[in-house]
Design a protein around this ligand. Structure first.
Ligand code: BGC
Length: 714
């Protein structure tokens, strides 16, 4: 038991550390081969013993973390190690990939998934997860859209907060809590051409309005760590960017935690051409405000020399070390370095029935029904059901990218789920499609066909950009042949990004988008296919008609020549529409709703006052159904051009057949504000449009007026 105050204890400890040991605390090493394929850094035991390592990634299980922790606790300074890992959408029990889970628009569910992931990770000896990834992106060519929440900064911010809460809980010292790490700061979602690690070149306005809000929301929610991005910002790599990391993040936003680089990002500054030597790179990063070096080991090798020569002040180093030590204290590590290495808790929580049930619920809610003419879905459990496709019997693809400690052997593939659900009521036949003739023969005998196509898990995620985002390989060819049989056929698509499904949309009667749904994905998919659960997901990233439209977002600015089909010289393409195939906010369910007229009361809003926007919605289907109504706003004339619509609220409601409900949204100044000419939040008087609808593309509008003079929030 330590009886000193935190300040005294850490001050005393710091006083005993050499410069080399201080640099060691800032050194984050990888333990094993990791997802990026880079080998680990030398002899770990010797480094830990010598005080050259403060934290590790890619090592988990109570036994493995305990063994390394023991080495640290036998070293002269006895400073516990911190263990981090890419727990991106679950640890042992996997939830849908983040882009899929975001489509639930269910913040409580998202928070519960993050809490479960934290609990499982913590029971495996981990203290730190490299999540949430809150990079907004408008470009599905970029494979990492799978890891984020989609295209919208407002919804992305809400989701970021839910995840931070779930991971960190209410008390970091609780052995089920882990540190969240907001990444990748900043703008990583906007590489040119959608090519991973490529240059980002962006206006300050786009940063402030579109890209920064989710990082900031996560920090305001108390996220303790931030990871830098690989890209440059205005010519300066994020990991050496003092404006970004110190002036903006710490000074303006008040971030109190510590900053880690992304993998080898410090040494990559030499490749960026902004640092000539290792020493130069290390100095730039420390000066910029980076506290911890992930894997490049340049803090370890260079900081002692830089302090010695006077190029770096020891106080700078101390500040970074203290931030890291303080976090270790807050996690309770100095009291008990082994509290999270707990085989018994690991046995209890890993893949426990409660989390598997949560995974099934999350997977159901992530599924988006894109089309359902007929309606063809839900299918009946009867006759011969033929399941076809290269992803149909793949458990691994259900787990998706960044599958942490997930085990495909315990996951359910679509076929597993369909077989279980059909039981004895239907005969389920499977053909992978590797032999298309065999698949056609099977389909010819079918009463119903389920075709499962899409991207394998390695086709998205890090370093997985694509210029063609159609169904890969020969999948469309297979689909054509199956359709020719004339059998009723449901297309299930799986992917880590919005796909270009224009052809499929024109040919299939029913399309269900199933992302990579996690451990229970196959069962959840079967729940939805057979109507044991209805689809409720709404896209958080639009699906383009053509890859040539990218990047794209529903939050477009108006332009001086807005689209007009009859006017040649307006903003459009010659060979495609402007709009996406399936827009942001879109998703069908079983059944249908009627939206009554939208109204606003009062029609004038006083400064600091409110108006209420209302719509009546009726379930015109034959059974109970759930809908997510969305509120969008537009400031019609302002000192800065405003997007033609921006999401500012939503309600999810379930109505019995025939039931109507009046749904209202209260509009406050906070919802009308935007970064003014000086980037400070401002609300300007004038006319606004409020829009309510089932997606960003199907809205009804009303107008109201905000009175008074320009108002600046404090
Ligand atoms: C990724 C990060 C990840 C890190 C550690 C990097 O390559 O960009 O998102 O957290 O590796 O595995």
């Amino acid at each position: 038991m330590i009886h000193m105050s935190k300040e005294n204890f850490l001050g005393e400890l710091l006083g005993r550390m050499t410069v080399a040991e201080k640099a060691g605390q800032l050194n984050l090493l990888t333990g094993v081969m990791d997802a990026t394929g880079i080998k680990n850094s030398g002899d770990l035991g010797a480094k830990i013993r010598a005080g050259q390592c403060g934290a590790m990634l890619n090592v988990y299980t109570p036994a493995a973390t305990r063994a390394l922790q023991q080495v640290a606790m036998e070293a002269p300074l006895q400073i516990p190690l911190l263990f981090g890992y890419d727990v991106i959408h679950g640890h042992r029990t996997l939830f849908p990939i983040p882009l899929g889970l975001a489509c639930s628009w269910n913040l409580d569910l998202i928070e519960r998934c993050a809490r479960a992931a934290a609990t499982e990770a913590a029971a495996d000896g981990l203290h730190w997860v490299y999540s949430p990834m809150v990079d907004i992106s408008h470009d599905p060519r970029w494979g990492r859209v799978a890891e984020g929440s989609g295209e919208d900064p407002w919804l992305g911010s809400e989701i970021a907060v839910a995840m931070v809460r779930g991971y960190q809980g209410t008390d970091l010292a609780d052995p089920t809590s882990v540190l969240a790490c907001v990444k990748h700061f900043a703008l990583y979602g906007a590489p040119m051409g959608g090519r991973d690690y490529n240059t980002v070149d962006m206006s300050r306005r786009a940063m402030e309005e579109t890209y920064f809000p989710p990082y900031r929301a996560a920090i305001d929610a108390g996220a303790r760590t931030v990871m830098t991005a690989f890209n440059e910002i205005e010519g300066i790599p994020a990991s050496g960017n003092r404006w970004l990391l110190t002036e903006l993040l710490r000074d303006d936003w008040g971030f109190q935690g510590w900053i880690v680089t992304d993998y080898t990002a410090i040494s990559e500054m030499k490749s960026h051409g902004t640092a000539a030597t290792d020493a130069d790179a290390a100095r730039q990063s420390l000066d910029a405000g980076v506290d911890m070096d992930m894997v490049s080991e340049l803090y370890l090798s260079e900081l002692p020399v830089l302090v010695e020569s006077g190029a770096v002040m020891e106080e700078q180093l101390d500040a970074a070390v203290l931030r890291v030590l303080e976090t270790k204290w807050d996690l309770g590590l100095f009291q008990n370095a082994f509290a999270r290495c707990d085989e018994e808790r690991a046995r209890q929580v890993h893949l426990c029935p409660e989390y598997r049930q949560l995974a099934r619920e999350a997977a159901r809610e992530a599924i988006v029904l894109l089309k359902n003419d007929g309606p063809l879905l839900p299918l009946k459990k009867r006759g011969i059901i033929v399941v076809i496709g290269p992803l149909a019997d793949s458990r691994r693809d259900m787990l998706g990218c960044w599958s942490a400690a997930g085990d495909a052997a315990v996951a359910a593939s679509p076929l597993d789920g369909i077989r279980e659900a059909a039981g004895r009521d239907a005969e389920v036949v499977y053909a992978s499609g590797d032999d298309p003739d065999e698949a056609i023969r099977a389909a010819q005998q079918a009463d119903q066909v389920i075709l499962v196509l899409g991207e394998h898990w390695e086709m998205y995620g890090e370093a997985a950009s694509r210029t063609n985002i159609r169904l890969p390989g020969g999948q469309r060819k297979l689909a054509k042949r199956i359709l020719k049989t004339g059998k009723p056929c449901v297309l299930v698509t799986m992917s880590g990004r919005p796909l270009e499904l224009t052809w499929e949309n024109s040919k299939f009667h029913a399309i269900l988008h199933a992302w990579a749904l996690g451990t229970e994905g196959g069962r959840a998919l079967a729940d939805v296919i057979f109507g044991d659960a209805a689809p409720v997901g709404k896209l958080t990233m639009g699906f383009p008609r053509s890859v040539g439209q990218l990047p794209m977002t529903y939050r477009e600015k108006p332009t001086g020549r807005p689209f007009d089909a009859a006017e040649h010289y307006t903003s459009k393409y010659l060979d495609a529409g402007n709009e996406p195939l399936y827009p942001f906010g879109y998703g069908l369910t079983y059944g249908a709703f009627h939206y009554g007229a939208v109204s606003v009361e009062p029609q004038e809003m006083e400064p600091g006052g409110t108006v209420t926007v209302t719509a009546e919605i009726t379930n015109i289907g034959e059974s109970a159904a759930t809908e997510t109504l969305q509120l969008y706003l537009r400031d019609l004339v302002a000192s800065i051009s405003r997007p033609i619509k921006e999401l500012r609220g939503y309600h999810r409601i379930t109505l019995a057949a025939g039931e109507s409900r009046v749904v209202s949204f209260e509009i406050t100044d906070a919802l009308l504000s935007f970064p003014g000419r000086d980037f400070k939040p401002v609300v300007e008087p004038g006319d606004f449009e409020a829009m309510i609808g089932p997606s960003s593309a199907q809205v009804q509008k009303v107008r109201f007026t905000r009175r008074g003079a320009a108002f600046r929030e404090i």
